[in-house]
Design a protein around this ligand. Structure first.
Ligand code: NAD
Length: 256
């Protein structure tokens, strides 16, 4: 059903974005990757699934580079049918010590970038009568943790943005939803595991256990593949009337 569509997954050279890109590619979706670091490895993984793959290295904190990426997709793929706003960064510090530059970067990458990709992708989706916008928020879009003020503000912001755009598109073939993962063991979380192991003088394994025990009742990490399958469902016809939702996949974190 999704064969031949084109998806842009921002921040897809690693972690959750790469997991979602690979899961969509298994459905026959052509993929445009984005993100920093090695792009050749992820490109080869996607290409091995038999779909067309592209890459654009736009820095998601820069509106001009995002505009160039959207123009590249229009020229090379004929437009973006599925937009997964996933690029994100984290910084952990108390608010009075929070570096101003980190605050600005988190708001730009985790929130404002989705405004730019959405405003640029939406006209084409509406013209074609079909589109899916999936914003990778977080449990931190629904509840807070200490030391993460910028991240929590950006993630609550993107949940609000999701609802607003879902209302603006409610009578169209475009749906807009958010996915709210709990802990997923990606490089972004590994840094927090390492910091905890160092601070508490414990092993990496023990740090993982403590991290999960504090928030995630299942005591299991959510996986990028599980999140990819949720994205595939959101792209399906069965989800045509799922609009403006912030769907948690968090091992029970936000049920508490
Ligand atoms: P990750 O660090 O593995 O991947 C982040 C991706 O974003 C990478 O591809 C990186 O290159 C890219 N990126 C970072 N800054 C960028 C920029 N300025 N421009 C373009 N690309 C940039 O992290 P992840 O855990 O896979 O996180 C992906 C998303 O999922 C983020 O929005 C994050 O907030 C969210 N999330 C993660 C978890 C978790 O537990 N890992 C939980 C909830 C939500």
């Amino acid at each position: 059903m999704l064969k031949g569509k084109t998806a842009l997954v921002t921040g897809s050279t690693s972690g959750i974005g790469l997991g979602i890109a690979l899961t969509l590619a298994r459905q026959g979706v052509n993929i445009v990757l984005n993100g920093f670091g090695d792009a050749e490895g992820p490109k080869a993984e996607v290409a091995a699934l038999g779909v067309k793959v592209g890459y654009h290295g736009a820095d998601m904190s820069k509106a001009g580079e995002i505009e160039a990426m959207m123009a590249y997709i229009e020229a090379e793929f004929g437009g973006c049918d599925i937009l997964v706003n996933n690029a994100g960064i984290q910084h952990v510090a108390a608010v009075e010590e929070f570096p101003v530059e980190r605050w600005d970067a988190i708001i730009a990458i985790n929130l404002t970038s989705a405004f730019h990709t959405t405003r640029l992708a939406l006209p084409g989706m509406k013209a074609r009568g079909w589109g899916r916008i999936i914003n990778v928020a977080s449990t931190h879009g629904l509840v807070a943790s200490a030391q993460k003020s910028a991240y929590v503000a950006a993630k609550h912001g993107i949940v609000g943005f999701t609802k607003s755009v879902a209302l603006e598109t409610a009578t169209t073939g475009v749906t807009v939803n958010a996915i709210c993962p709990g802990w997923v063991l990606t490089p972004l979380v590994q840094k927090q595991v390492d910091a905890r192991a160092g601070a508490d003088g414990i092993s990496i394994d023990e740090a993982k256990k403590r991290l999960l025990a504090e928030k995630q009742p299942s005591l299991q990490f959510t996986t990028p593949e599980e999140l990819g399958e949720l994205a595939v469902f959101m792209c399906s016809d069965a989800a045509a009337n799922v609009r403006g939702q912030a769907w948690a996949m968090d091992g029970g974190w936000t049920a508490q």
